[in-house]
Write a protein that binds this ligand. Structure first.
Ligand code: NAP
Length: 475
């Protein structure tokens, strides 16, 4: 039998998910000298790029240009894209085992962490993940309703997603026009009554998770003043000592930026973003929907590992808000037939090799790998996925060299093509995506925006059919 990874027997890899981590895994596989590899990428949605399309804020267009690299990776002759094909439904784990030597799960973290407090499920309380997916035209979320008639909104958490949510709520119509925000979201936000956006951190300003650029941006909004009361940036002795170590320039800069904000006077812009620290929600209050949130004041203490953690005091306050976005982190969801570690919301793994579990008896699951958020949890920026994917691909290549991969019974590329065509005749190829991409950009151009996204699977398929029927036949 020919050696796997040679021209006679190419290494066949299925990548599940088409976000950054999946593409970087594909890139490292393609870059291996002397390795013959065939990569099939499966994506549940009809469009590629995961959080770059569905997560990165629409007013961060420059970040989205990273897709140019992904297009180059997808353009290689040994790469195929199967969009609109769901793992576990249209193709199963058992199917893939028949056709590939290795499977890489790159599915990200599709759900959200819970606060586990009373009132969390009241109408008017939403996860930031829902709101982000809604304004980014994710097909599963386009029909969500957010009551933007409310004047006061709370965003729980001070990570970069909280920054995105606060910014999008505070943007003017003119600012949103320059983005590729979903058309329905732009319409809804244009009618928004929101005037006050409270952003609530459970620890102090020196522990905020947001990065410098993001907190800076929040102070440069055309239609919103940023409000930071001076006492909010007064550091407790533990935080002061921490910053003095000089080990955390990001935190130092965050505190410097917030301190500058605390010296500003409101300029009378129509909206206000109000930053609060050392407060945790303990209850969302309301009869039929959220009417207020009850907060407890926290203090910091030093844990054994040296980190500064929040603990509640006996001081409470209640803020009237009619809408809440819980932005306390994403969470992975289990895949059918694949191990899952519920506590962390990730697939158990060691350096990207999937394990049956984390117990002492945990075994490697041969031929299965993970990259990105489903591997390490929801942290880091797009570029973090590069070293992450490299580590996993190195493990895969080690296993290839050791002969420790799957032994597919039907390793021919055509067999997969046939299977997908049977199971999901309206699957999307990467060439199809390029047509959709062009159409979206043209629609955007017509209304003076960078892109106008299609937001439902039917819309994508219909537009594609129409575009293809107008195209001259090939050959
Ligand atoms: P994150 O950075 O982990 O922030 C989560 C926030 O939620 C933290 O402030 C955290 O506070 C808080 N939190 C967690 N549990 C809480 C609780 N029970 N009560 C109150 N607050 C709680 O997560 P994220 O904002 O979802 O972002 C995910 C990743 O994507 C991050 O790495 C982020 O940098 C990245 N991202 C980057 C960009 C960008 O580069 N522009 C944009 C969006 C997202 P503690 O710190 O106290 O735990």
């Amino acid at each position: 039998m020919a050696q796997i990874g040679t021209e006679a027997a190419p290494l066949r890899v299925a990548i599940i998910g088409s976000g950054p981590s999946g593409f970087y895994a594909a890139e490292y596989l393609e870059k291996q000298p002397d390795l013959h590899v065939e990569i099939d990428m499966f994506e549940r949605l009809p469009t590629p790029f995961g959080l770059v399309r569905g997560g990165v804020a629409p007013d961060h267009q420059k970040i989205k240009s990273v897709t140019k690299l992904y297009e180059r990776i997808a353009s290689k002759p040994n790469f195929r894209f199967y969009g609109n094909v769901e793992f576990g439904k249209d193709v199963t784990h058992d199917d893939l085992v028949k056709h590939y030597h290795a499977i890489i799960y790159a599915v990200g973290a599709q759900s959200d962490r819970k606060l586990n407090i009373p009132g969390e499920d009241l109408p008017g309380s939403h996860s930031a993940t829902e709101f982000v997916a809604w304004y980014n035209a994710h097909p599963d979320f386009r029909d969500r309703q957010f009551d933007l008639t409310q004047e006061s909104v709370a965003v729980i958490g001070v990570g970069n997603v909280a920054m995105d949510v606060a910014r999008i709520l505070a943007r003017t119509q003119e600012e949103l026009m320059q983005t590729d925000i979903a058309d329905y979201a732009m319409e809804a936000l244009a009618k928004s009554n929101v005037k006050r956006i409270y952003v609530l951190g459970r620890r102090g300003p020196a522990q905020a998770a947001f990065t410098n650029a993001e907190i800076k941006e929040l102070g440069e909004m055309a239609g919103a003043d940023i409000i930071v009361a001076p006492e909010e940036v007064e550091l407790d002795p533990l935080s002061k000592a921490y910053l003095e170590t000089g080990k955390d320039p990001k935190a130092e800069k965050n505190v410097e930026i917030l301190t500058e904000y605390s010296k500003r006077q409101p300029t009378g812009k129509p909206k206000q973003v109000i930053m609060r620290f050392l407060v945790s929600p303990v209850e969302f209050i309301g009869e039929k929907r959220v009417e207020a949130i009850k907060l407890v004041k926290n203090e910091l203490y030093e844990r054994e590992d040296g980190t500064l953690r929040p603990r509640p005091t006996d001081q409470y306050e209640t803020i009237p808000v009619g809408l809440v976005f819980r932005s306390v982190g994403y969470r992975g969801v289990p895949l059918p037939g694949v191990p899952f570690y519920d506590r962390w919301g990730t697939i158990p793994n060691e350096k990207g090799r999937v394990l049956t579990d984390y117990s002492d008896d945990g075994q490697q699951v041969i031929g299965e790998y993970v990259v990105g958020w489903i591997k390490r949890g929801p942290s880091g920026v797009i570029g973090t996925n590069r070293p992450d994917a490299l580590e996993t691909v190195e493990m895969l290549l080690e296993d290839l060299a050791a002969g420790k991969l799957l032994s597919p019974s039907a390793p021919e590329a055509e067999a997969v093509e046939k299977l997908v065509a049977e199971r999901k005749p309206d699957y999307i190829t990467f060439d199809d995506w390029k047509i959709i991409d062009r159409l979206e950009q043209e629609r955007g151009k017509a209304v003076g925006r960078p892109r106008l996204k299609f937001s439902s699977v039917e819309e994508v398929l219909e537009a594609l059919r129409a575009a293809k029927s107008n195209m001259p036949a090939a050959g």
